[in-house]
Design a protein around this ligand. Structure first.
Ligand SMILES: Nc1ncnc2c1ncn2[C@@H]1O[C@H](COP(=O)(O)OP(=O)(O)OP(=O)(O)O)[C@@H](O)[C@H]1O
Length: 701
């Protein structure tokens, strides 16, 4: 069959061209397109359900006798009827109707009705059910429902797909050996099952996408994703970067790293040393590094980033360090400044809010190459800053920016360096290191960040005592304030985090201001400070510094302190309305304490009644402190889009696989992608052609 002839032949009544153009709108041209157009869901018309077992939210098919019907005028004109079977009664309702429908519902007649059951005050109802003859033969199997377009009926789609299935020439991109090793179904058989489910098949497995036929489709999709991300990575390796390999020992610059390490009051943990080695080995290559450095809260990512920066600086290259907020950027600046200035390495600050003169000086130092490390917000690359020799870009907490920003950020980084490397015309790309403080479950990192290499610091520095988490209902507020007073008396410092009120910054602020006033009064003469998003960066820095220098006992804060703030002496944290925060956010907040040797406590205050989701989140916080475990639970509870903080996270590219459920498949697909790329480039091309058509833009980074 020619690909296009299937629909034409089967639709004698409809003008062939118009049907074809509708198919075209769905991107359906070849027989292969048709068989890969998979159902969104299924209608289960294989059984009749007793009314008594109907459940709200379920599509159900019921048969019974009309016992009453009438036209009701209020609140609007509508037709209602009651249908009865041996087990009970259900209400039917039509908001618009024809006289023939009214006649259909004459008491005493028997009908089969089908629709979604809703729970209402007087029992169950169906609105606008589909009505058919009672006692007619039941469908033998589930009926697929396809994504469609205006004016294209399900029947036409089914017919065309059915016909394509009989003729399509579909080569399986997985060999028999691979399929049997991975326990996967043959593709043709999987598609046959999905499009025309056999009568004896367990409907649930198909409806819930757990049937092996669906597993095969999900696997193919994930494999295509892994293959294309690997290809994108290869493309990048064609680009050139300045190799920043080990500096020959004995040279003066080689000692920069040793001198920094010697000045620290601690030694690197084994995990820090390992990831540093991974980063340094990337830096030594002549193509750009794209590496994600992830670690749990407080695991010590900053010093690793600093040592990576020193490697670049030892080569006389410049380093840009970007953070998503000024608060965080400034903290990085202070830390880097204290580490680097004693080594004679100039660290420079650049932010949108700087006074003009200071900014001009910074820009000049960056241009001349005198500034070796430049710390700031995104303003660093947005303001056309001219670097003299940018060799490494470090971006903190980048995943909070979402995928599209992540990509544009990396392009801007490239633009920023293009042509700016003194004395060369080479198209050199800076190396890139991304830091994330929100651990991402392995399977998610493999798909979301599969274009990056991932290094994980999976060990906390020694001497940390785990944070004790306590849950208190908000009616015990007075007890909690007494607890804070006691902590102050013992010389401990406390964060008091104010509730998050969705979409209302003004209310957030008001709340923080009120709490501040309340605590100033209740805790007098203790020193209480307030920090929130409306303060200028300078004001924020002033308050944070007072807190860091222990000039404040209590810091009332909105979530501006969520990421990265590091005050090791703070050992008590109160989070108000903890039920309103996401799991990752609570974990980040809690991570602000427990950073010193002192035993720390985090009090999660909640308002009853709790939703099921909030209860699960609070329980997870109570049960574990492991960021990777929390991330996995967050993924289970909320799904990947939410977890990554961005709905347009690129994950929508996965139409069939569900990362929360199909994590195991991701791992196998990744391994298989590696093998296939090495052994069978032709099959790789075929597989990508089949599954990734039209999606390549996402990968062109
Ligand atoms: N190997 C180590 N031994 C002891 N302390 C360390 C070690 N590495 C880092 N630290 C200290 O641990 C604290 C946390 O480090 P850092 O701020 O880098 O954490 P982080 O990974 O950035 O966490 P977060 O993302 O939560 O800010 C800092 O006070 C730092 O000086």
């Amino acid at each position: 069959m020619s690909a296009r002839s299937a629909p034409k032949r089967q639709s004698a009544k409809t003008p062939a061209l118009s049907l074809e153009s509708k198919f075209l709108r769905l991107g359906l041209m070849s027989a292969e397109d048709f068989v890969l157009h998979l159902p969104l869901r299924y209608e289960d018309e294989t059984q009749i359900m007793p009314i008594a077992s109907a459940r709200p939210g379920l599509m159900s098919q019921i048969e019974g006798e009309v016992v009453r019907s009438e036209i009701v005028l209020k609140p609007r004109r509508q037709l209602t009827a009651v249908l009865r079977d041996e087990s009970g009664e259900i209400h039917l309702r039509w908001l618009t109707f024809y006289p023939s429908q009214q006649a259909q519902m004459t008491p005493g007649k028997r009908w089969r009705v089908r629709g979604e059951v809703r729970g209402v005050r007087h029992g169950f109802e169906m609105v606008h059910p589909k009505v058919s003859v009672a006692g007619a033969p039941l469908s033998m199997a589930l009926t697929p429902v396809y994504p469609t377009t205006d004016g294209l009926s399900q029947a036409s789609l089914r017919k065309a797909i059915g016909s394509a299935l009989t003729t399509v020439d579909l080569c399986d991109t997985l060999s028999h050996t691979i399929r049997s090793r991975l326990g996967l179904m043959e593709l043709r058989e999987a598609l046959q099952t999905i499009h025309s489910p056999p009568a004896d098949l367990d409907p649930t497995s198909l409806l819930e996408h757990t049937h092996p036929a669906w597993t095969r489709i999900k696997f193919d999709e994930l494999l295509a994703q892994q293959l294309s991300l690997a290809a994108a990575r290869d493309q990048r390796q064609v680009r050139r970067a300045r190799p920043l390999g080990p500096v020959v020992s004995g040279k003066q610059d080689a000692s920069l790293t040793e001198r920094l390490l010697a000045s620290l009051p601690f030694a690197l943990t084994a995990a820090q040393a390992r990831v540093l080695q991974e980063i340094e080995s990337d830096l030594g290559r002549s193509f750009p590094m794209y590496r994600l450095l992830q670690g749990d809260v407080g695991s010590g990512k900053t010093i690793v980033a600093a040592l990576a920066a020193l490697r670049a600086i030892s080569h006389n290259a410049q380093v840009a360090l970007m953070a998503p907020t000024e608060l965080l950027a400034e903290q990085h600046f202070n830390k880097m400044h204290s580490w680097f200035e004693p080594l004679g390495v100039k660290v420079c600050w650049l932010a949108g809010s700087m006074p003009v003169k200071a900014k001009r000086e910074s820009l000049e130092a960056i241009r001349s190459g005198e500034a070796k490390l430049v710390v700031g917000t995104q303003a660093l690359i947005q303001e056309g800053v001219e670097f003299c020799a940018l060799g490494l870009v470090i971006v903190d907490e980048q995943h909070r920016f979402g995928v599209s920003q992540r990509l544009s950020l990396s392009r801007k980084g490239e633009d920023a360096v293009r042509g700016s490397v003194a004395g060369t015309t080479l198209d050199l790309i800076p190396h890139q290191l991304t830091m994330s403080a929100t651990p991402i479950p392995r399977t998610l990192a493999m798909t979301f960040y599969a274009d990056l290499e991932v290094s994980s610091i999976d060990e906390l520095p020694p001497g940390r005592t785990p944070v004790v988490t306590k849950l208190f209902a908000s009616d015990r507020r007075m007890d909690i304030i007494a607890h804070v007073a006691q902590a102050c008396a013992e010389g401990q410092q406390t964060y008091w985090v104010c509730p998050l009120i969705e979409e209302s910054e003004a209310l957030d602020l008001q709340n923080a201001v009120d709490t501040y006033a309340e605590l100033v009064q209740a805790l007098s003469p203790r020193r209480v400070g307030l920090v929130h998003g409306r303060l200028t960066p300078a004001e924020k820095a002033l308050v944070m510094n007072s807190f860091r220098n222990a000039e404040l006992d209590v810091l009332v804060a909105t979530t501006v302190i969520e990421v990265g703030v590091d005050v090791p002496n703070a050992s008590l944290m109160i989070i108000e309305h903890a039920e309103r925060f996401g799991l990752a956010q609570l974990h980040q907040l809690r991570g602000r304490v427990g950073r010193g040797a002192k035993r720390s406590v985090c009090v999660l205050m909640y308002q009853t009644p709790l939703s099921m989701l909030a209860r699960q989140r609070l329980r997870a916080m109570y049960e574990t402190q492991d960021g990777f475990e929390i991330a996995q639970r967050d993924l289970d509870l909320r799904g990947p889009g939410e977890l990554l903080g961005s709905r347009q996270s690129g994950l929508t590219l996965l139409k069939f696989a569900d990362l929360a459920q199909d994590g195991g498949l991701v791992v196998v697909a990744r391994e298989q992608a590696i093998v296939l790329r090495e052994t069978d480039p032709q099959t790789v091309r075929k597989h990508l052609d089949r599954w990734m058509r039209g999606k390549e833009d996402y990968l062109r980074t």
